[in-house]
Design a protein around this ligand. Structure first.
Ligand SMILES: Nc1ncnc2c1ncn2[C@@H]1O[C@H](COP(=O)(O)OP(=O)(O)OP(=O)(O)O)[C@@H](O)[C@H]1O
Ligand SMILES: [Mg+2]
Length: 283
């Protein structure tokens, strides 16, 4: 079980390429972490709202959304919605988010709106024993390196990159890595790459195995051991408003996301131990 003293870890799920499995990873990694006992918040920062729909939160029930939070009209706590998954909470999005860039573009702190909201949430959690305490926040981004994604990267400890096993995968990855470098220089010096998760792996496609080998030789141990297979149950689940773990726990997609969750937790422990060593050496 997640300890109440565990600090809140914020991971942004990003790739500027569309349809690579960002939302599927946010929903199902979030569900798997919750199944293992973590308290998880998924922040839907994509105007498409696919994470919200995939978690069964109907558009009619999204009166308040991440839009209201980014423009500073609501706190994150005010917009949270419980989901059918125990320990998994959602901050939903609506199409209003499409207009948020224009609304906040003139603000000096425009890249830090989400960070401010998450800090306020953490403070409430720390000061109020009744408040829900999250150990993981997963932010689902749109397929673009726009101000929404910049807000997510500025607010996060680390980036988790879903990469589809296809020919152009590495090309898109280089662009994302240089953006992360840019963000480190400007918005968030401590941002790291948590890991790269290869998605939609198709055993019948010989090219897919080559892509996996290429990405591993380019990125080394930043690539998670777990590879998410292409699995029809994974793609069916959102139309039922359910994570695949609730839709079909035994299918290969669910099992892969459970494995990924335990790898994420193991990496977290390693990173934390390394940070503690660093602090000790600095003293
Ligand atoms: N492992 C998988 N097996 C089968 N289908 C998958 C798998 N992962 C994702 N899909 C399907 O691929 C499509 C794209 O996935 P997803 O919506 O997660 O990508 P995305 O990166 O969030 O897209 P966008 O950039 O539009 O936000 C969806 O229809 C999803 O159901
Ligand atoms: Mg998406």
């Amino acid at each position: 079980m997640a300890q109440s003293s565990t600090p809140m870890r914020v991971l942004v799920i990003a790739n500027q390429k569309g349809g690579v499995g960002k939302t599927t990873t946010a929903i199902n990694l979030g569900t798997a972490l919750a199944a293992i006992g973590e308290r998880v918040l998924i922040v839907d920062l994509d105007p498409q709202g696919n994470a919200s729909t995939g978690l069964g939160i109907d558009r009619r029930n999204r009166r308040l959304s991440t839009y209201d939070v980014l423009i500073g009209e609501e706190t994150l706590q005010a917009i949270l919605q419980t989901t059918a998954v125990p320990r998994l909470t959602l901050a939903p999005s609506t199409l209003d988010l499409l207009g948020v860039e224009l609304e906040i573009a003139g603000r000096k702190d425009r890249a830090y709106c989400l960070k401010g909201a998450l800090q306020a949430l953490e403070q409430v959690q720390q000061s109020n024993p009744e408040a829900e305490r999250f150990s993981y926040v997963l932010i689902d981004c749109p397929p673009s390196l726009n101000l929404l994604t910049m807000n997510a990267m500025a607010a996060s400890h680390a980036v988790l990159v879903p990469l589809q096993c296809e020919f152009f995968a590495l090309e898109g990855l280089s662009q994302l890595l240089s953006t992360v470098d840019q963000v480190k220089k400007t918005l968030n010096a401590s941002l790291t790459i948590h890991g790269i998760v290869l998605t939609m792996f198709d055993t019948r496609n010989s090219l897919a195995a080559q892509v996996v080998a290429d990405v591993r030789s380019f990125m080394g141990d930043k690539v998670y051991d777990t590879v998410i297979p292409r699995n029809v149950r994974v793609s069916e689940a959102p139309s039922h408003g359910k994570p695949v773990l609730l839709y079909d726990l035994k299918c290969s997609g669910s099992q892969a996301y459970l494995k990924l969750a335990s790898e994420v937790i193991q990496r977290e422990r390693r990173y934390r131990a390394a940070d503690a060593d660093l602090e000790r050496n600095e003293l």
